[in-house]
Design a protein around this ligand. Structure first.
Ligand code: AMP
Ligand code: TRP
Length: 337
């Protein structure tokens, strides 16, 4: 029964190129578990504004990310997929949360410290980023927040903010969310440097990532260039020297869903790493072909994409706006008559 289903909320920034790591480590799992939970998947365009953006590019990337998530199999009938800025409760409720969040909590955020250190002039929105994110999560009474390790501190802050609101105004008003970090196995490493995670910020670096929209030739080329090692042993291993081969096998395993033994059996007759690379590239190309086709169809039919995003926004709004309205009332604002 839907009342007993856990509520899951996750967000993805539209900026940067979505890559194989995002797909195998996050999106594929969202798709696989859509039916078991009540899911909200949000394209967090307001978060992207916390660093300077080119307006046309941001607009394109936001629609592109929406099309990609649907192409990957998120089903608007089973999950609420929406664009953050379409649902006014996020920005509005963020203000309410700002007014109960001590500044010190934000100054402690390691992502803020890292990003701020790299910039000459830091925008207020960058500091406030985790409060906006807390609202994303708690306005939906989310129980679980699937995120990467780097976002754990932000989800913990969301818990603190929710608890603070509850103790100031009404116990149990907000559900206290918990981060759900995928196990280590789901981590895809860079093809150019298998000791570093494949990342959006490096996705345009030659040979680093497989971007979900890369064409088959480019995918083959990137895998063929993948860094391996100088011996010739195809085996799963934790040895840092063998990280490249391990990553290739891990990708093959995640894509095919096969056991380690079956993966190794598939490469038992390989003549070397060349065969391994081609074998991995082939399954990735085959997996991405239908996703790419659906993506291009959706991008060509903007009316359909807009329609699907509007459905998601309406569903999200119906849940989050009443929650934010109740907060406003509790905090002493006069509700319009
Ligand atoms: P990001 O690319 O940092 O916006 O992350 C979006 C989602 O993809 C998060 O849930 C991450 O945990 C996941 N993710 C990002 N990079 C990888 C990777 N290299 N391997 C596995 N999962 C990843
Ligand atoms: N900050 C997250 C990231 O960069 C994206 C995000 C925004 C998010 N709001 C969220 C993730 C709510 C989970 C839940 O990856």
């Amino acid at each position: 029964m839907s009342e007993t289903k856990k509520v899951v909320f996750s967000g993805i920034q539209p900026t940067g190129n979505i890559h194989l790591g995002n797909y195998l480590g996050a999106v594929k799992n969202w798709v696989a578990h859509q039916e078991e939970k009540v899911n909200y998947f949000c394209i967090v365009d307001l978060h992207s504004l916390t660093v300077p953006q080119d307006p046309e590019n941001l607009r394109f990337q936001t629609r592109s990310m929406a099309a990609m998530l649907l192409a990957c199999g998120l089903d608007p009938e089973k999950s609420t997929v929406f664009i953050q800025s379409h649902v006014k409760a996020h920005a509005e409720g963020c203000w309410m949360l700002n007014c109960i969040t001590p500044l010190g909590w934000l100054h402690r955020m390691t992502q803020y410290k890292d990003k701020a250190a790299k910039q000459e002039s830091v925008l207020t929105g960058l500091l406030d980023y985790p409060v906006l994110m807390a609202g994303d999560i708690i306005f939906y009474d989310a129980d679980e927040v699937p995120v990467g390790e780097d976002q754990k501190q932000h989800v913990e802050l969301a818990r603190d903010i929710a608890q603070r609101f509850n103790s100031l105004y009404e116990e149990e008003f907000f559900v206290i969310p918990k981060p759900v970090i995928p196990e280590f196995g789901a981590r895809v490493m860079g093809l150019d440097d298998p000791t570093a995670k494949m990342s959006k910020s490096s996705a345009d670096k030659r040979g680093h990532a497989i971007r979900l929209l890369d064409d088959p030739k480019e995918i083959m080329r990137s895998f063929k260039r993948a860094v391996t090692d100088s011996d010739n042993e195809i085996a799963f291993s934790n040895d840092p020297e063998k990280a490249g081969v391990n990553n290739l096998l891990g990708i093959y395993k995640a894509v095919t869903g096969k056991s380690q033994e079956d993966v190794l059996a598939d490469f038992a007759n390989a003549r070397g790493y060349g065969d391994l690379k081609v074998g991995v590239a082939e399954v990735v190309i085959e997996m991405l072909a239908p996703i790419q086709e659906r993506y291009h169809n959706l991008m060509a039919d903007t009316a359909e994409l807009d329609r699907l995003m509007a459905i998601g926004a309406a569903q999200a709004q119906a849940v989050s706006q009443p929650k934010v309205d109740r907060m406003k009332e509790m905090m002493g604002l006069v509700m319009p008559g």
